[in-house]
Design a protein around this ligand. Structure first.
Ligand SMILES: *Cc1c(COP(=O)(O)O)cnc(C)c1O
Length: 373
């Protein structure tokens, strides 16, 4: 589908795929587990404004954000449910987050002091989730095993500056045994620090844990990747919702032995036809993809052969007949029978695809499409 505006590159979001993923995941989790849909990084580049209406239509009652800007946009979509910040906030964010009704993530003793000072200034308790380092991520949270820390956590529960509504942790690995061990330890630590009969929401699982290890679901699961179809969990039942497209601008043939790209990055081993794609690292196509990544031209794979420049890169289309300026190019997602998947990106980039696609969604113009079937 052509974008409804002139663009060198664009992002299509398949709203029907999002709706399918939400309902599939909800059916898998059942009614006893709350579904927190994570829309940080502008819904992983899919767009809060596109994703939140889908969540609302599906009756999702909890949304996870990182920034206040995201929270504000979620509220402007008309969402009145619970909003949780899925990282420790800075003092000014926490203060400005109060009118948005954001529940905060308390990331350890020093951060608790930050939240407390905001609560005192605002003269009201801050609804908060208390993070424990039960899984050994050691990014934030109390180390309940260390001397004095369990007592310190109990004091936070008793402190009137806080309204502790949840206890949380986050896993360092996508590994089922690690998730089982971490969940068991988290449960023990929760019961040792939370006051008896308290109704806190205990949550630790993300997409991987929640969909692969049911005992990690506890009271709530925080789902990001699965929502956008970036997971092989549930036997591939979830559908990728993002496609990234561009058009060929120039096509040229160069002789065997020619050097190609900055620093003479590549030397042609045969006479070759090269197509220029007008996107580069300024658009989030990282230099790591140089010489490794592939795109789809006329439904066939073409390899990126040069060193990716700020606003352009070359693909070898020698074996694809008839490529001409104006041809559509798929950089991520399906084209006919072929597909550039998250796994493809991970292999060529050397890191998870989520390291790149949120930037594509935020840097390139984006629109929602009707499914093409
Ligand atoms: C991003 C994030 C999630 C969602 O993780 P996915 O693997 O994308 O499902 C959950 N919890 C926290 C704390 C996060 O930062």
């Amino acid at each position: 589908m052509k974008p409804p505006f002139p663009a060198r590159g664009w992002v299509e979001i398949d709203s029907a795929a999002l709706a399918h993923n939400v309902s599939t995941i909800r059916a898998e989790l059942g009614d006893a587990v709350e579904f927190c849909a994570v829309v940080k990084a502008d819904a992983y580049g899919h767009g809060v404004d596109i994703v939140v209406p889908v969540l609302q239509a599906a009756g999702v009652e909890v949304i996870g954000v990182a920034s206040n800007a995201e929270a504000d946009r979620v509220r402007r979509c008309g969402f009145r449910g619970r909003l949780i910040r899925v990282r420790p906030g800075a003092a000014d964010e926490i203060s400005d987050g109060v009118p948005l009704g954001i529940e905060e993530w308390i990331g350890g003793p020093a951060h608790a002091d930050v939240v407390r000072s905001v609560a005192r200034r605002r003269r009201r308790p801050i609804a908060s989730h208390l993070s424990l380092n039960s899984t050994g991520l050691s990014r934030d949270g109390w180390d309940v095993g260390a001397a004095g820390e369990a007592d310190a956590v109990r004091r936070v529960f008793a402190d009137e500056s806080f309204d502790i509504v949840g206890v949380c942790t986050h896993f360092p690995r996508e590994d089922a045994d690690d998730v089982r061990r971490g969940t068991a330890r988290f449960l023990l630590e929760c019961s040792s620090v939370a006051p008896a009969k308290s109704a806190v929401t205990r949550h630790c699982a993300t997409t991987y844990a929640g969909l692969h290890v049911p005992e990690s679901r506890l009271d709530m699961v925080r789902i990001g990747a699965g929502l956008y179809g970036d997971t092989s969990a549930l036997d591939g039942a979830l559908r990728p919702a993002m496609r990234v497209l561009s058009t060929v601008t120039a096509v040229n043939s160069y002789r065997r032995g020619s050097s190609v790209g900055y620093d003479g990055w590549h030397r042609l081993e045969h006479d070759a036809t090269l197509a220029l794609i007008p996107l580069g690292y300024a658009d989030g196509f990282h230099r790591s993809l140089s010489g490794r990544g592939e795109v789809l031209v006329r439904g066939e794979r073409a390899r990126i052969i040069d060193r990716i420049a700020m606003n352009g890169f070359l693909v070898d289309v020698t074996r694809i007949p008839g490529v001409a300026p104006g041809d559509e190019v798929v950089l991520f997602g399906r084209s006919g029978a072929e597909c550039i998947t998250s796994d493809d990106i991970e292999r060529s980039h050397g890191h998870i695809a989520a390291d790149l696609y949120p930037s594509w969604g935020q840097l390139l113009p984006r629109f929602a499409v009707q499914p093409t079937g």
